[in-house]
Design a protein around this ligand. Structure first.
Ligand SMILES: Cc1ncc(COP(=O)(O)O)c(C=O)c1O
Length: 420
């Protein structure tokens, strides 16, 4: 008998989330929406000493921060291993991307030594943007210590790291500002949304001045994301997934059918743009804020659940030759939004796992430093290139069962040890 596995991802959406989303669609947010203010106040409680500003999307937070912090034409140091939209936010804000490679140890995080070298050799740097990739806290403390004497602001892209810790502080609170995403696949979801936190009151005021110029409600983007969410939820609903969806996508993957494969790639056609799309220029509604707020109480527990899955992966994969596992951390310095492993024979591993009835995802992050659409800003970033070619994400979501984790480990071992 062929049993389909649990799907590679599941959303944090529920029936009541869709009801809240529907009410958000009908809502015209007043200038000072109560739900949004309450959510921001709750974030301030979680991140003491910070101001919090709800955002339409994390990327818009990055854009507005850069717009407030840099002069047009200034360089922005950032990791090339990210989504292409982040690079585009630098361009939209008038900045010039300057790529600093990720670490050689497979962390997928920006290398502080590279940043240091660029700060030493390049002129006119307006900001450094660091990313806590997959929920693993990057070396932001070193980078802040390099930037402080030069008066260069550091923005933390914690889109994938809500609740992650850097020592005894929270990711997002170490630099000048932190950015979170509450998009569909995140550990807190408002279908679409984000937040910026900063201890700099003046920066907060300027960000709010920018934000009031945006539309007051988000119907089109929200409707689009709710529809994607609904399709995803239906497709990964156990009966549907087991009876049809898994087999269809498995067949498409093994036969390289782009039409289906591209549906699972969130950055399948990267292009560059220099004007903030109109669709991004809206504000979070109160109903979305309430939805995100309703999930905040579970963040720590869900991180613990993910760490437990990471522990099992670590026990099963550590030391296996042919695969590089992330560090195992149970102090929340890694929240394991996924469990990313690097495999030299990545595509063969992923195909073998699929043949062995597993459902995993290869990296949809590119090495943006070598993308044709950003060729003007090309820099040699071999570690990011390697990550883009070698990363597979293994699922860690809270309802992903222990037997599924073990089956993934077994499938990888069978491929590496027996060539199955
Ligand atoms: C590292 C990183 N930065 C930024 C973003 C953008 O988040 P949003 O979709 O909320 O704009 C994402 C989204 O997945 C991301 O993974």
């Amino acid at each position: 008998v062929f049993y389909a596995p649990q799907p590679r991802s599941r959303l944090y959406t529920t029936a009541s989330a869709y009801l809240r989303g529907l009410s958000a669609l009908l809502q015209k947010a007043p200038q000072h929406d109560e739900g949004v203010r309450a959510f921001e106040a709750r974030l301030v409680k979680m991140f003491p000493g910070q101001e919090a500003i709800a955002m339409p999307m994390a990327r818009v937070g990055i854009y507005l921060l850069l717009k407030c912090l840099i002069q047009p034409g200034q360089k922005v140091i950032l990791s090339p291993y990210t989504i292409s939209d982040v690079v585009n936010m630098v361009l939209c804000a008038g900045g010039v991307p300057l790529f600093a490679d990720v670490e050689a140890n497979g962390s997928c995080n920006i290398d502080a030594n590279e940043v240091s070298e660029l700060l030493r050799t390049e002129q006119n740097i307006g900001a450094v943007l660091v990313t806590h990739m997959y929920g693993l806290a990057c070396d932001v403390e070193t980078i802040v210590s390099l930037c402080k004497p030069l008066n260069i602001p550091v923005i933390e892209d914690a889109a994938q790291a809500f609740g992650a810790r850097v020592g005894n502080r929270l990711a997002g609170t170490i630099g000048t500002a932190g950015v979170f995403s509450f998009g569909l696949l995140k550990n807190v979801t408002a279908f679409v949304g984000g937040a910026v936190i900063t201890a700099d009151r003046q920066l907060e005021r300027r960000m709010r001045q920018e934000l009031v110029q945006f539309d007051q409600s988000a119907p089109r983007m929200l409707a689009k994301k709710m529809l994607s969410g609904l399709m995803f939820d239906v497709a990964t609903f156990p009966v549907v997934f087991h009876a049809s969806v898994y087999w269809l996508f498995r067949w498409a993957y093994l036969h390289d059918i782009k039409f289906f494969n591209n549906k699972l790639d969130t950055d399948s056609n990267p292009v560059s743009y220099r004007v903030l799309p109109k669709a991004y220029q809206h504000r979070m509604t109160g109903a979305q804020a309430k939805l995100a707020q309703s999930q905040l109480g579970l963040v720590e527990k869900h991180i613990d659940d993910r760490v437990e899955r990471a522990r099992l992966y670590d026990e099963g994969l550590r030391g296996l030759s042919g695969i590089q596992a992330p560090p195992f951390r149970d102090d929340h310095s890694h929240i394991y939004l996924y469990y990313p492993v690097l495999a030299k024979q990545r595509d063969a591993v992923s195909q073998s796992m699929t043949r062995q009835l597993r459902d995993v995802q290869i990296s949809h992050h590119r090495n943006c430093a070598s993308l044709p659409c950003f060729s003007e800003y090309h820099r040699d970033c071999p570690n990011a290139e390697r990550a883009a070619n070698e990363v597979i994400y293994l699922p860690t979501y809270p309802t992903y069962r222990e037997d599924q984790v073990k089956a993934n480990v077994r499938a990888i071992r069978r491929f590496l040890q027996e060539g199955v």
